[in-house]
Design a protein around this ligand. Structure first.
Ligand SMILES: C[S@@+](CC[C@H](N)C(=O)[O-])C[C@H]1O[C@@H](n2cnc3c(N)ncnc32)[C@H](O)[C@@H]1O
Length: 654
């Protein structure tokens, strides 16, 4: 049996209605349209919906509850935002009311649109309006009509004076050296294209708004930069990705915005994103969502470069060459040029004319060629295989590979080649360990250079894989990680927080011991390039990595503005932005500990920090920027660059 019955007042029997109106008048209730009986409690509620007849979903303005046992009267008025909304109001009408059909049709329409699927969310006015907006519907008369939302996609295009983030990534990895053609899909106002022209990179672009008549032409490298996130239709998003991929010869770069919670909160929800006040749409992708989306539509496994930034290679060999090259250590980038031995200091008697004629140096005509050959061998860490040295035909004139090698060793010594080999092997071991962690499909197909590396250094693929696996497993051992962290600290590459975490500069990652590079690399496969972060916190106990970004790391006491936490065990990523009222920027008070002794900033950084300690600061305390400044001011100082200045007093340098 129903406990509560709702009735529109015209549905009441005349005597009952007169009686209730008398009660309402006695209790000072005023107007009411709907009557609610609660039989279980003996209560009568008189509900005032001022727009009951005209508003299809009227809001309750006031309820008056009369207790029929005690005679007590309770009146409640509702705020317009939290006011309860009446749905399916036709159910309250008396039989035969001519409005029933129209109102019932509206309820059916709302039901079909799924508006009543979440009853808890539509009870109050704001929640109800939110559901309508999400369904892109609006109420007109007693009917629902679609909202025609004109999204101003082109208004998202910026005027650029420098390369965009995806183009910078291409440049950093050597794809903008002029050998490859670039196509900018959704090029906006053409800022990137203008920069590429300056760099003499052959490039073209197309945009549905700014350059709709230009042809969409295939290219080695295609950029789809900040396009997917401005498209409000998921189908069109997929079409844009497929079209860009269709033009891609070798490499597609995809960049989108990645937003934290604050980004969502600032704007009105629309479909699976938000509508900004400029009438533009933004879809804030999650990193894994974007990875899956790209994989679904290209059939390739994308490579994360940074949050919201992926490379997608057309073929396996190029993908593996990129992954291996990415592990090239800093030391390998500084391969020394072959140095000729210094001439003997001791003065020797000048050779006689006969001696000179008797012993011509057979290597003299090949001197430059041999140097270039040696330099290539140092770059590879081994002797070049056929096809790996561009002047090999010319060199053959000097002698067989074995003779040339013997001559090189005599001339330059064996040491540099052994060092280069060890360096290259340790870089490739990191690549092998990460390949084993990631299990990419492409790892079965190596380009010729990597095949030659594997054969020369390990004798074959299976031995190389075993070596990679061993390194990967050691990256999971806490003791081994801690020892590697200690050796990194000894090499002035970072600072330890007890046995808990190692802090290192992002730019120092490729100088770390292999085991730490593997640990960081595993996290990087989820989030992107760890070198792009200012500071990394390697959690030595918990299978986590945190990437810390500062407003301008090179300035004194830089402010932490973003923290990205990667949980390796759960494969989860959390973003924290420090520019919200909840999280304020935090100055880094102990930057000097991260800098090597040779760093030119280290001394003045230390002086500033010592000064803070003398003023009673605990450098390890978490202080936000306003709190730091307030505390400094309370001690009578302010920070000016590398200097603490006395307030209202003369400047005091450090
Ligand atoms: C945020 S802008 C990015 C422009 C440029 N890539 C850059 O980074 O400066 C987004 C661009 O995507 C374009 N766009 C919108 N829908 C598109 C679609 N379906 N295919 C390609 N581009 C589209 C817009 O016209 C706009 O110029």
């Amino acid at each position: 049996m129903l406990d509560a019955v709702y009735l529109y007042k015209t549905a009441l029997a005349p005597e009952l209605r007169a009686e209730i109106e008398r009660l309402a008048s006695d209790s000072g209730c005023g107007a009411f349209e709907v009557v609610k009986f609660r039989r279980d409690r003996g209560q009568l509620s008189l509900l005032h919906y001022p727009a009951f007849d005209t508003d299809p979903f009227p809001c309750l303005a006031q309820s008056t509850v009369l207790d029929l046992h005690t005679g007590l009267v309770r009146v409640r008025r509702y705020d317009i935002n939290s006011a309860p909304v009446l749905h399916r109001k036709e159910l309250l009408l008396p039989l035969g009311d001519r409005r029933y059909r129209e109102w019932a049709a509206l309820s059916r329409q709302a039901e079909e649109a799924g508006l009543f699927n979440h009853p808890r969310e539509i009870g109050a006015r704001t929640g109800w309006e939110r559901q309508l907006a999400l369904a892109e519907l609006r109420v007109e008369g007693h009917a629902l009509v679609e909202v025609r939302q004109e999204v101003q996609r082109h208004r998202t295009a910026l005027v650029r004076y420098a390369l965009s983030t995806p183009m910078c990534a291409l440049q950093q990895h050597g794809f903008l050296d002029g050998r490859l053609r670039v196509f900018d899909y959704g090029c906006g106002r053409g800022g990137d294209l203008a920069q590429l022209e300056r760099l003499m990179v052959p490039a073209a672009g197309w945009d549905p708004y700014f350059a709709p008549t230009r042809p969409r032409t295939p290219a080695d490298v295609v950029n789809l930069g900040f396009v997917l996130n401005v498209i409000e239709s998921p189908i069109e998003r997929a079409e844009a990705l497929c079209a860009a991929w269709g033009l891609t010869g070798s490499l597609l770069v995809v960049a989108v915005l990645i937003g934290g919670r604050s980004a969502w909160e600032k704007h009105r929800l629309f479909r699976d994103g938000v509508l900004t006040s400029k009438g533009t749409f933004q879809k804030y992708f999650a990193q894994e969502e974007l990875r899956t989306f790209i994989e679904q539509h290209t059939g390739r496994e994308p490579i994360a470069l940074a949050p919201g930034l992926f490379f997608v290679f057309r073929n396996d060999e190029d993908e593996q060459a990129f992954l291996a090259d990415r592990q090239r250590s800093r030391a390998a980038e500084r391969v020394p040029r072959p140095r000729l031995p210094k001439p003997e200091r001791a003065v020797r008697p000048a050779p006689s004319a006969r001696q000179k004629a008797a012993k011509p140096d057979r290597w003299e005509p090949f001197r430059d060629l041999v140097e270039i050959y040696w330099s290539r061998a140092l770059e590879l860490g081994r002797l070049p295989e056929p096809g790996e040295f561009e002047h090999e035909q010319a060199l053959l004139k000097a002698g067989s590979a074995a003779r040339v090698l013997a001559h090189c060793i005599e001339r330059f010594g064996e040491g540099p080649l052994l060092e280069a080999r060890a360096r290259r092997m340790s870089d490739l071991l990191v690549w092998l360990a990460l390949a084993c962690f990631e299990r990419r499909r492409s790892s079965q197909k190596l380009p010729p250079r990597l095949r030659a590396d594997v054969k020369s250094f390990w004798g074959g693929w299976s031995k190389a894989q075993d070596a990679g696996k061993a390194l990967l497993f050691s990256a999971g051992e806490k003791g081994a990680l801690l020892r590697a962290a200690e050796s990194a600290v000894a090499a002035q590459l970072g600072v330890l927080d007890g046995t808990h975490a190692l802090f290192v500069l992002g730019r120092a990652v490729r100088s770390l011991p292999g085991i730490l590079r593997v640990y960081v690399g595993c996290a990087a496969q989820l989030v992107g390039d760890p070198e792009s972060a200012d500071v990394l916190k390697v959690h030595l106990q918990g299978g986590k990595l945190t990437l810390l970004n500062y407003d301008d790391f090179d300035r004194p006491l830089p402010d932490l503005v973003e923290r990205v936490k990667v949980d390796l065990r759960r494969a989860g990523i959390q973003f924290f932005s420090y520019d919200t009222p909840q999280y304020l920027p935090q100055p880094l008070l102990w930057k000097s500990r991260l800098l090597a002794h040779s760093d030119p900033d280290r001394a003045r950084c230390e002086r500033l920090e010592t000064r803070l300690v003398n003023l009673g600061f605990d450098l390890d305390e978490f202080l936000d920027r306003p709190a730091f400044q307030l505390r400094l001011a309370a001690r009578g100082y302010e920070q000016r660059g590398w200097v603490l200045r006395k307030l209202n007093g003369p400047s005091r340098g450090l």
